[in-house]
Write a protein that binds this ligand. Structure first.
Ligand code: NAD
Length: 352
């Protein structure tokens, strides 16, 4: 199958396959849409089982970034990059630099950042060969706490809408994945009085967090069926699927993971089960909002105040979706597409 015929191709502007014999780099950079500005999106490193799995992931993630920036009101486009490999064993400074050279060749059309399997230190390495890197220490740093701050605001909005409660005191939340975003989210939730259950395939990470915050730990397979008010997926995508839907007990799904719905129809299935879904690319925009404040000079207070607007954005989205008798993710798609369409029309030269 050609890339153009790929199910997830979705009119991408550019897909770059990067192969460096010397360092063993195998990466894909996908640029979905630059109507609103340069394509910004993280670099994921993952031991994909096949090239096609990597391509599917990068295309889906890249498109999500276009919608995320559009819904967050930012003048940025959508892109993403993946390196095929195990981040624990295959990552070397030379490999990261080699990736950086490919980013540099794109001349600013794509700006890279941290994602699953990469850290701020890795991005610092990439930044030795290209300026087109966001979220490094000299700028706004790790975007994860900012992403978590946005997810926390989103959970508050979902609780207001569904549980008729402005407070999270005593609200039961299950967090799947206590990595970069998940552990900050747990801290914010704990400070707000939420009752936490956590799971992570890294048992040590889950145990450590549980000790620190007094959370309950469950086996990763049991997190879906935990009896809670909110399920917060903060690990990998496609966790809302045919297997998990029948066991879900929460009335809200709101977390940081990208592409939480395995298929679009799973959003309708959630609505049919009366579960309120906070669309992933809307609720997890805190990191990119933070990055948008990097230049000319980063100010954390201003950036975090901007991220707090997530509460109003999501409340407005839930209400609009209810009014239009549609699901939140469909309403978000409509709103994002309308913004991009409008920008395209303004960019088009007036007919003579
Ligand atoms: P991370 O790699 O630091 O953390 C992910 C955690 O999930 C790890 O601790 C991992 O062990 C755990 N995990 C993996 N599979 C699991 C499973 N099946 N069950 C339980 N735990 C599992 O990644 P992160 O930066 O925290 O990102 C988490 C999610 O949020 C990703 O989907 C990422 O794309 C998304 N996201 C992150 C940011 C950000 O600022 N870091 C921004 C937007 C979206």
């Amino acid at each position: 199958m050609s890339v153009f015929d790929h199910n997830e191709f979705n009119n991408h502007e550019d897909v770059v396959f990067c192969h460096d014999r010397e360092t063993g780099l195998r990466a894909i950079i996908a640029i979905h849409d630059t109507t609103l500005g340069p394509a910004l999106g993280g670099l994921r490193m993952w031991p994909y089982a096949s090239d096609d799995e990597a391509l599917t992931d990068v295309l889906r993630l890249s498109r999500g970034m276009t919608y995320k920036a559009a819904m967050a009101g930012l003048n940025l486009g959508g892109g993403k990059a993946v390196i095929i490999g195990n981040p624990r064993t295959d990552k070397t400074p030379a490999l990261l630099k080699s990736f950086g050279h490919y980013v540099e060749q794109l001349g600013g059309q794509y700006i890279t950042a941290e994602d699953v399997g990469t850290s701020v230190a890795d991005l610092e390495e990439v930044a030795t060969v290209t300026d087109h890197v966001a979220g490094v220490t000299s700028l706004s740093g790790d975007p994860s706490p900012a992403t978590a701050w946005g997810v926390f605001q989103g959970i508050r909005a979902a609780a207001t809408h569904r549980l008729q409660s402005d407070s999270l005191e005593g609200v039961r939340v299950a967090v799947q994945g206590v990595g970069h975003v998940g552990h900050y989210l747990c801290q914010y939730l704990s400070d707000a009085g939420a009752v936490l259950t956590v799971a992570d395939i890294d048992a040590k990470a889950a145990g450590h967090l549980a000790d620190k915050l007094g959370a309950k730990v469950v086996h990763p397979a049991d997190i879906y069926g935990t009896n809670v008010d909110v399920f917060a997926p903060c690990a990998m995508g496609a966790v809302i699927n045919d297997e998990t839907l029948p066991v879900l007990k929460s009335s809200i799904i709101a977390g940081s993971a990208n592409n939480q719905l395995a298929q679009p129809h799973h959003g309708e299935a959630l609505a049919a089960q009366n579960i309120l879904y906070a669309p992933d690319y809307v609720i997890n925009a805190g990191g990119i909002i933070n990055i948008s404040h990097e230049r000319p000079t980063y100010n954390k207070k201003t950036a975090y105040a901007h991220i707090e607007e997530m509460h109003g954005t999501l409340l407005d989205l839930f209400r609009k979706a209810d009014k239009a008798n549609t699901t939140p993710e469909k309403m978000a798609d409509q709103m994002a597409e309308a913004r991009i369409q409008e920008a395209r029309q303004h960019a088009r030269p007036a007919a003579a």
